[in-house]
Design a protein around this ligand. Structure first.
Ligand SMILES: [Zn+2]
Length: 222
């Protein structure tokens, strides 16, 4: 059952975020769709209509209330006011997702590949189940081989993004660290002689796709 505010608090006169405007749906437009946000600071409620926050907490913002507050819902289905300065709005998919099994299995294969020294003979291909993007330009490109690398992996940036969000660590810093591991020069050293061309071509594509995700996520986090 949704509740409003949190139950165990004492009202306080102190209010560093400024007064809360009178809540009125007619003067405060709702968001046109659900807006997800992440708490960036700890917030201790000063009255019973505010929600407690801790950094990393994911919220759904329902309605702005003047310049300093939102009405939000937390994952326990509790509604309340949160200071707008203490939350950051996330993009559609958000940077965090729960770790999932598909990612974990693939990551294990990657780590084994990264540990190889001149012995690698297979590439840790992306799991078939994530190759689902049906955007026209992606479908045309996937599976189309030109040059030595593009299309070899049969995945697009959206497929890779979906897989990596299963890590639970998705973000610019993490993506940059992941990209380094696919650097073609580094990857070449892991490959057995007969596998070098294929391995390096595929690693080059992974490196480029990760670069694209770094750019995309950088724009989102700005
Ligand atoms: Zn795509």
């Amino acid at each position: 059952m949704p509740r409003f505010g949190h139950p165990d608090c004492a009202p306080s006169a102190e209010d560093r975020h400024g007064p809360k405007p009178h809540a009125s749906p007619s003067t405060n437009e709702s968001f046109p769709r659900e807006v997800r946000a992440i708490a960036t600071h700890r917030h201790t409620p000063r009255d019973c209509v505010e929600l407690p926050l801790r950094p990393g907490l994911i919220l759904t913002l329902l309605q702005p209330q003047g310049p300093h507050w939102y009405i939000a819902r937390n994952s326990d289905d509790v509604f309340g006011w949160v200071p707008s300065a203490y939350v950051r709005i996330l993009g559609d998919a958000g940077p965090k997702a729960e770790p999932n099994g598909v990612y974990e299995v693939w990551k294990k294969a990657c780590n084994e590949a990264f540990a190889a020294e001149g012995t690698l003979t297979t590439f840790p291909e992306l799991p078939r189940g994530v190759k689902t993007c049906r955007e026209r330009s992606c479908v045309l490109r996937k599976g189309t081989k030109y040059g030595t690398s593009v299309g070899d992996l049969d995945v697009c940036i959206h497929d890779l993004e979906k897989l990596l969000k299963g890590s639970g660590c998705y973000g610019v810093k993490w993506l940059k660290a992941e990209r380094v591991k696919w650097h073609p020069d580094q990857f070449a050293r892991r490959c057995a002689d007969g596998f070098k061309d294929e391995g390096v071509a595929k690693a080059t594509e992974m490196f480029a796709l990760l670069g694209g995700l770094v750019d995309k996520e950088s724009r989102r986090e700005d």
